[in-house]
Design a protein around this ligand. Sequence first.
Ligand code: TLP
Length: 342
Amino acid sequence: MDAIDLRSDTVTRPTERMREAARDAEVGDDVYGEDPTVNELERRAAEAVGTEAALYVPSGTMGNQIAVRTHTERGDEVILDRESHVYRWELGGPAQLSGVQSRPIDAGERCVPTPEQVREAHVPESLHRPGTGLLALENTHNYRGGVAVPPERIAAAAEAAHGLDVPVHLDGARLFNAAVALDVPASELTAPVDSVMFCLSKGLGAPVGSVLAGPEAFVEEARRVRKLFGGGMRQAGLIAAPGLKALDSVDRLAEDHDNAALLADALDELAGVRAPEPDTNVVVADTSERGLTAEEFVAACEDDGVRAGAFDEHRTRFCTHRDVSRSDVEEAIERIRDALTE
Ligand code: TLP
């Protein structure tokens, strides 16, 4: 029995078209700016998110951390949601790599802070206070359940930050999931912010890589920081070529969202399991009513051939993606039911 892997949308394998594209890619030394495939990917990516320029980076984490470093000065504060990826899951990167202090706030179910929260969290520079250097937002919001944050909310938070002269970075690891779910162009979600990172290696299915996009001057400086962080790559066209194919497959994310809805619906019917209807491809099942920890739930699922990830004590994440079909999800539902009745 092959396991059905719902731990993350990062687990997809490259398609035949991607493998062919990698094999046939024209390459050059990208640190010299001479890899035509990377240059084409950066052009297409900038176009897709409506920015002047874009930079290909090895991972989403590196893209976010380059953005933090590029926007801030050592000693600044960064305002972010306490459940954001940049704060929770990137090893304290803002402190370690940029020497900035995080000011985590609870954005709650809105997923991005209200304008009032931004103004309240803002620290004006003085003899005793460092000053706020950045507001970081996330869309879709992973830990809060793949929530697709509507453009008005992003715009309101960004407007408040800009009113205080604070730039805004968007962690859009799953930006296109948000765009598809909200039925808006990705550029509408990025228009209010000063930089955006999105991943090619998640729902879009590329084997490697993310993109950091923004105005020309920002990307020029970000390119220096990428080199500093060890992310300057040479004949990177080999991995950028599948990324170009990934950019062609945005629309299919709707299938992952439909599959996630089916899964959440079925999980929510199980006794003592709560799984709210997801906006996108992330299903979060809470097993506290059942007295089952997430680790126990994950282990039971694993035994029955479904892989998931424990988020915290009672919340388990299931992520749909290109490599699980509708019938795989139906099969996963049967296996999870069995796992819980054994
Ligand atoms: N998230 C991973 C894990 O680290 C949790 C996953 O499987 O979802 N921003 C967001 C919102 C993310 O979810 C992730 C990856 C990143 C940034 C970092 O991307 P990578 O893994 O490419 O460094």
